[in-house]
Design a protein around this ligand. Sequence first.
Ligand code: NCD
Length: 344
Amino acid sequence: MNDSPKFPKFGPGQHLISVDQFDKENLREFFTMAQALRPIAERKQICTVLDGAVLCSLFFEPSTRTRLSFESAFLRLGGEVETTTGFTFSSMAKGESIADTSRVVSGYTDVLVVRHPDAGSVAEFAQHSVVPVLNAGDGSGEHPSQALLDVFTMEAEMEKKGRTIDGCTIAVMGDLKYGRTVHSLMKLMSLYDNVTFQLYAPPSLELPHYVSEYATQSGSRVIECSHQIEALSGSDIVYATRVQRERMTEEIAKSKELQGCLLNRAMLEEANALDIIICHPLPRDSRPDSFDLATDVDDLPGLSIFRQTDNGVLVRMAMFLTTMGVSMDIVAAKTKAKPWKVTD
Ligand code: NCD
């Protein structure tokens, strides 16, 4: 992933492949826009600014929230969505290359959202597309839209405590090797000052060196911990992740180190961290012995996992508007109160 091509700073007409495309300035502008879109994301206002625009979403890996929130975001801005899922029903099953698929599909749409099992594959889509491509996850590479919604949510949660992300300590736990959300998150958080990452990964699932190097070169501290309590101690936030069993051999996936529980209430008690901000990209693997986040933390006030998923819509709306060059003035001119009501 180190040697994937560099894409320009994220802005009008640009693909979004990596969080590298953000600096402090465009991240701040992006979050300001995302926040301003909240009434539309929450269905309090109706917007038609993307009337006539077409999104095509191509998901070659399972997805619930990423695909639906990208599509909801586009629909809430008044656009139309075409979608295809899996390889079986696409011509890739007939041996079509990424280059040909990308050129063909991009000829039908105004923007593409792509998820694919190979790291670097979405960058390849972008190189052959005639419209902007947004990366919805490329294998164990990156997941920029998830990192944007994660950091957006963490900012809001830290603000409730009168704090910012600058100077915070975050425990990052779970499958740090294959978990692409962690790779994007750590790179994006490294734009802030004085961030400390306390990492805990089970054996064989440690963070790739290029990610920790990126973080330390950006001025963050990276501390490797040998158990969960050590990572949690002194942390303001914990970011827990699922074991990406689909990306490893069956032998490793079934090993005893990957059974049991990654994070539960007893561990938070032991680390004196019951008030910690709890984040997770989801899905949470709730099967027994899945080595994931337990549900006995669900009543803790810091549990932010569903605030993250809700924020996925407005963050993805801001992604579309940014790449399609639509300012908030134009959005305001195409937004009205809704004439119907389901809930307040
Ligand atoms: C993540 C992903 O697909 O990388 N899910 C998501 O998009 N929210 C995390 C995961 O699958 O574990």
